[in-house]
Ligand binder design. Structure first.
Ligand SMILES: [Zn+2]
Length: 278
């Protein structure tokens, strides 16, 4: 746990010191409170659960075995000393759409991953890479940081003044519906990649290099229509892959051996079996 905090500190320092302009501090400004993140997350989760046509959540009872396996993985990732481990309500849902290669996060702790993406991945470390990246967006509070940027400080300040006591969220009607489709800045993506690899390594279970391995696979398949949706919310380039590998080297991580990776392949295959239609 201590180890991760140190890593996180190093990462945030590197971001602060790397871009020491006031503009960058402005970009990272977040006018929302932790309570706002929780409230927005609750509203968004309610609206997603009510929209079965667009978000057909895989039945948690019928597919209990699959949920147990993927939530065990998810719990390993969130139990490495996150700042908001106890303040947020962490949870994971699978969306039953085999043709969608995507995952997304909403504020306050909930991650969604599509069956299409789980089936597309090669091993459990790649799955951990995707989930650790989404967890990092939540932990860094990128959604409300992005909303601060979109609405602007002046507007949000007037909202807070107009809704004293009830919080900023009350004044932003309808915002919850758009949160699932939120696009992050390039800087936020790099930050989530960096934090995600630290989280993966801190579990002691997963190979952080596989976060890059997954992106390499995506790039090779870039021409296929199925990858387009993921790439639209997670822009990809060779530099991003190199940055992930550099993060892994900087923290002294060693790529897994073939034997270690083959057990990660087997465990992901077992999850895919549990997702078979019944
Ligand atoms: Zn992202």
């Amino acid at each position: 746990m201590k180890k991760l905090k140190m890593y996180l500190l190093a990462v945030s320092l590197c971001f602060v010191m790397g871009c020491s302009t006031i503009a960058n501090i402005g970009n990272n400004l977040n006018m929302f409170t932790i309570e706002d993140d929780r409230a927005l997350g609750y509203q968004t989760l309610t609206s997603i659960r009510g929209d079965k046509a667009n978000y057909p959540i895989l039945d948690t009872v019928r597919y209990a075995a699959a949920y147990t396996q993927i939530r065990t993985l998810f719990n390993r990732l969130i139990n490495v000393g996150l700042t908001y481990r106890d303040a947020f309500n962490w949870n994971l849902y699978i969306i039953d759409q085999d043709d969608v290669l995507n995952a997304f996060a909403i504020p306050g702790g909930t991650v969604f991953i599509y069956t299409g993406l789980i089936n597309y991945l090669d091993n459990e470390s790649q799955l951990a890479g995707v989930l650790a990246h989404e967890i990092s967006h939540i932990e860094m509070r990128h959604m409300t940081r992005q909303l601060t940027k979109q609405y602007g400080v002046d507007f949000l300040t007037s909202l807070i003044a107009a809704h004293t006591g009830s919080g900023i969220v009350q004044g932003l009607s309808g915002v919850a519906n758009s949160l699932a489709q939120l696009h992050f800045s390039r800087n936020d993506e790099y930050e989530a990649d960096a934090t995600g690899t630290l989280i993966m390594a801190a579990t002691g279970y997963y190979d952080p290099y596989q976060a890059a391995g997954f992106f390499q696979k995506m790039m090779q398949d870039n021409t296929s229509g199925a990858t387009v949706e993921l790439l639209s919310t997670h822009p990809l380039d060779a530099h991003r892959i190199a940055a992930i590998q550099k993060n892994c080297e900087n923290m002294g991580a060693k790529p897994f051996t073939e034997a270690q990776l083959s057990s990660q392949v087997a465990s992901l295959n077992s999850l895919k079996q549990k997702l078979r239609k019944r």
